[in-house]
Design a protein around this ligand. Sequence first.
Ligand code: ZN
Length: 202
Amino acid sequence: MRAAEFGHGYNVTLVFGGYHGDEPVSAELARRFARYMATHGEELSNRMVVVVPEVNPDGLHKGTRKNANAVDLNRNLPATNWRPRNPHDVAYGGPYPASEPETRAVLWVLKKYRPSKVISIHQARQGPMLDYNGPAAPLARAMSRRNGYKEGAFFGALSGSLGSYVGVDKGTPIVTLELRKGVTPEAAWQQNRAALIAAMYY
Ligand SMILES: [Zn+2]
């Protein structure tokens, strides 16, 4: 799992893309943001941005939501609300919390960078929207002012999700940026460039 790192400072913005392999524009938007940061270092002043564009490389390769072990990585975090599920469930969270190597890599990134806030990019049929967990309402509002997406705690704390682990258990603001399913990479970037920069400055 590649993590691209820009700038230095205590205000750390961590961006994840490609958590679900059938949401390829989530990875592409994260890549574009990383490319932007690579050429706009002057905007960073005393801030750090870390971008992990492909949390689920096997799933992205095959175009599947789950990883190669048929586990939904966004239900595999060791959150206090993790519960076992049927392996045939579309959101099967694995045999036990953090059973998957991708999840252990995400935990390592969280421990290494200790982010001030986290943006996790997905695509959903209900999108576009800004869904948040933990103390992230003001962050979601700041992003919503730039991209016009509706914001709220829509999905709540799902079993073993990144939002449950980071937002609820650790108390770190986390916004799940849900793009529309069929959005093009160019439209996703045009709609969200300013919102991601606003999150960085937040
Ligand atoms: Zn997703």
